[in-house]
Write a protein that binds this ligand. Sequence first.
Ligand code: NAD
Length: 485
Amino acid sequence: MSQLKLNHYIDGAYAAPLKNQYLDNVNPAKGEVYSQVASGTSEDVELAYKAASKAFPAWSTTPAEDKFKILNRIAELIDESNERFAEAESLDQGKPVWLAKNEMKRAAQNFRFFATGQMHFASESHAMEKGTINYTLRKPLGVVACISPWNLPLYLFSWKIAPALAAGNCVIAKPSEFTPYTANLLGEICTKAGLPAGVLNIVQGLGQHVGEALVTHEDIKAISFTGGTATGKRIASIAAPMFKKLSLELGGKNPNIVFDDCDLDKAIETSVKSSFLNQGEICLCGSRILVQKGIYERFKERFVEKVNALNVGPPKNKDSFLGAIVSEPHYKKVLGYIEMAKEEGGQLLTGGMSLHPKGHEKGFYIAPTVIEGLKAKARCNLEEIFGPVVSIMPFETEEEALTIANGADYGLACTIWTNHLERAHRMANKIQTGIVWINCWLLRDLRTPFGGTKSSGVGREGGWEALRFFTEPKNVCIQVNLNKP
Ligand code: NAD
């Protein structure tokens, strides 16, 4: 039987790659190739660009209400196909199907949110003295590129595409070569929803081919990228001298700081999730757990006990909390970091090995791993592992917690557990991250600015931030002679 082929979606239809080359696409739960994904080239990107630029004049002037109907219909259709999408996402990524179902709902929400958001998007006006008024026009940029990673594939893909389209741009989007399936299905949904041909084009393939072709393309006006910091640096080095607009959402090494005055039950329960949800492959996972000395032993014992109770297994099993790691190279990278942690003097409190569930022996499973005894400046405490591995460290004072937390190059997110009102605000003020959660984790309001500082990126997504990114402001200053009749 011939294998499923995941092609590009260009100009409103599925299209085989011009060079007819495909990549093997692996199901990480079984370690087996299950489909072929188009390996795009700059020629495919050019075809997508032509379609997008042809569609731009009509789409950029489409009334807000018509855009709303189409984008909202896309959201409805994703919801109607929740199970199909979730199974495809899990097959590609290795995450449990139950988790993928929630994420597919969030992907639909992204379209719904920006479908509505663009109806309320208002530009500013500033009145000066003597009858002078400034007003700001915000125009779509033109053809823009959205490049996304493999960890939350459709969720992050739609988090970029939805605002870009809502703001009136035409888009060429590239999902990760490791997780192309739901992006591929999105094409079908867009056609069904009545999105005009060429408004969204999806080009599949490798970062160094399709990704770079998008970044180096002279007429693509903006790059919205989520992925690794090294890739972000490369993209910035190419795109910045071309004066492209850039939004870079990069890696993280997020501190999860537990003070001894916190609600310990809630802190432990949430920390298990913030450490291991999606196999720890969420940029917002708290991979450095700092616990104040007074509760360190109690926290550690109860945390490890709960981690030991987590099920790791095939994504289709309802009781699997962790599924498989996304790919063999990433699986090896994570196991390599566990070895490094031991060499750096870390002790394993639990986990630390690969697992081989029955019937899935060739899959890429790793037990949730907790390490203690690493120095704050150990490589495993500074570099992003992006897997089910956390390091736990004691601290004494607020200042010490801050020094350790801010000691990494990354600055994406942080969680603070405390019932001390002033301490919570003090910490939030001084911590060098773009996002701070106090006594919670991963609660997301789509209106808030999302993104990081330092090596975690440049720019913000979400709400008005995203709609502003995808538009070009133009200030118009007009003086009216108030004295003439
Ligand atoms: P990656 O950087 O390897 O790839 C991301 C995307 O960029 C993929 O589509 C890839 O094909 C493409 N790409 C690769 N090289 C390219 C190039 N030279 N030019 C253009 N595109 C290129 O990242 P990944 O391994 O897919 O994802 C994991 C990383 O993403 C982690 O570091 C994680 O923290 C980060 N991430 C960040 C956020 C955030 O919001 N800050 C969210 C999710 C994931």
